[in-house]
Design a protein around this ligand. Structure first.
Ligand code: URA
Length: 436
């Protein structure tokens, strides 16, 4: 099978056979197809799209390109959760212990932050000693012993996706629903998920800028799940302003702990309750979402969820004292409260700008491998929909160097929009799509 024929067929709008997709992905994995041919094929897919069958074939070919984690001996039914990335998104830190507290095994592999969006591994590493580089054996042992494990990727999962993603990043071929859907789903299937809750973010601070595009992506991933025997639920959730109040690693861990204590910001608490309830439903722990939501509230109220987070931290070498006393997490040397420059109703806080300001303070990285400062970031004291008086506290800047404060203040103030008229608090979740 000649690679150029596969490229031409897709370029001309043809539907690729399963064997053609398999052969192409094998060539990508083995390094026998040069980057220029891969790039040409990716661009043809961007322009021509793929049928549902092609997308499922592409997903499974990428799954087979590497190791596939079999969790069956340890946890017969694993429900995973994935967020498409956002600002202030510490949902995993809350929902993982919540569902694990109900005996649902959590075997989570997360990523690091990149550009404006934060990463769960960076957040967890704010806890002194917490290890994210578990071996496969340790990952499985912790899952068996504690029912919860949260680390970086163990093993070589879906390496073809890694190769394709790196090329997509530099060839203008990231924004393709078949490519995004197969990329996400292949990694989750390879990581052993039986069922999945996908939190697809929509808005200014997300990959998907419109609800329409996000809905198409959601339906594509549900379809992939259907054709490969994985149940998928997708939450389409807002990412126009940051989720919760804290943006920055230790600040977000602190906020997650507060949420597990029942004292978190209302938007974060509500979002986590909705996502965890969907996970419990897919995990067959409840009959419907209303029951799932009651279960979430119960383990938060009785302390079991927080206890599970403490167990998770300790099981991976983290200092549980910092969970018990989040004030002992890394603290920035400088904290500046910024007052509202005017009176009015808050109409918008651009999430992407808030994320980038936090990155500039040192909370994230612009390129892979940059170090992060766990202590720095932002705390929003008011959210969209609030009425704010002139001079009231608007946000805090947590920084390590004095010269960072003024640019952060000016940039973030410029990301706020105001209204003379009352503004309704924006929706958190636009829709939940389930495998019908
Ligand atoms: N996340 C992924 O894992 N892959 C994509 O293509 C986009 C977002």
């Amino acid at each position: 099978m000649r690679v150029v024929d596969i490229i031409v067929k897709k370029r001309d709008g043809g539907e690729l056979e399963t064997a053609e997709i398999d052969s192409f992905i094998q060539g990508v994995t083995q390094g026998t197809i040069p980057d220029y041919q891969i790039a040409a094929w990716l661009m043809a897919v961007v322009w021509r799209g793929m049928s549902s069958r092609e997308i499922a074939d592409l997903t499974m070919a990428m799954v087979r390109s590497g190791e596939v984690l079999d969790l069956g001996d340890v946890a017969p039914w694993v429900v995973d959760k994935h967020s498409s990335g956002g600002v202030g998104d510490k949902t995993t830190l809350v929902v993982a212990p919540v569902v694990a507290a109900w005996g649902m095994p959590v075997a989570k592999m997360s990523g690091r932050g990149l550009s404006f969006s934060g990463g769960t591994l960076d957040k967890m590493e704010s806890i002194r000693g917490y290890r994210v580089d578990l071996s496969r054996a340790k990952f499985l042992a912790n899952l068996r012993r504690y029912g919860i494990v949260l680390s970086g990727q163990t093993g070589d999962l879906a390496p073809a996706d890694g190769k394709l993603y790196a090329l997509r990043d530099v060839t203008g071929t990231v924004e393709s629903i078949p490519l995004i859907a197969s990329s996400i789903m292949s990694k989750k299937i390879a990581a052993g998920a039986n069922a999945l809750v996908l939190d697809v973010k929509v808005g200014q601070g997300a990959f998907m800028k419109t609800l329409e595009a996000a809905t198409t992506l959601a339906r594509t991933m549900i379809d992939i799940g259907k054709s490969v025997g994985r149940q998928v639920t997708v939450a389409l959730s807002a990412m126009d302003q940051p989720l919760g109040c804290a943006v920055g690693n230790a600040l977000e861990v602190k906020e997650a702990v507060e949420t597990l204590r029942g004292n978190g910001p209302s938007d974060l608490a509500e979002h986590c309750e909705a996502i965890a309830a969907e996970m419990l439903l897919l995990g067959r722990k409840c009959a419907d979402v209303a029951e799932g939501r009651r279960m979430v509230r119960q383990v938060i109220a009785d302390g079991r969820a927080l206890g599970m987070f403490r167990t998770l931290a300790q099981a991976q070498g983290g200092d549980a004292e910092q969970v018990d006393h989040p004030g002992r997490l890394p603290q920035a040397s400088l904290v500046e409260m910024v007052a509202a420059p005017r009176r009015g109703h808050l109409a918008g806080i651009a999430a992407m700008t808030a994320g980038l300001v936090a990155v500039d303070l040192g909370a994230g990285r612009m390129k892979k491998g940059d170090p992060v400062d766990h202590s720095v970031g932002l705390v929003l004291r008011r959210k969209v929909g609030d009425f704010v008086d002139l001079g009231e506290p608007l946000f805090e800047i947590h920084a390590s160097r004095p010269e960072q404060i003024a640019p952060a203040r000016e940039r973030l103030l410029a990301a706020y929009t105001w209204s003379e008229e009352p503004v309704a608090a924006p929706p958190l979740i636009y829709d939940i799509l389930r495998d019908a």
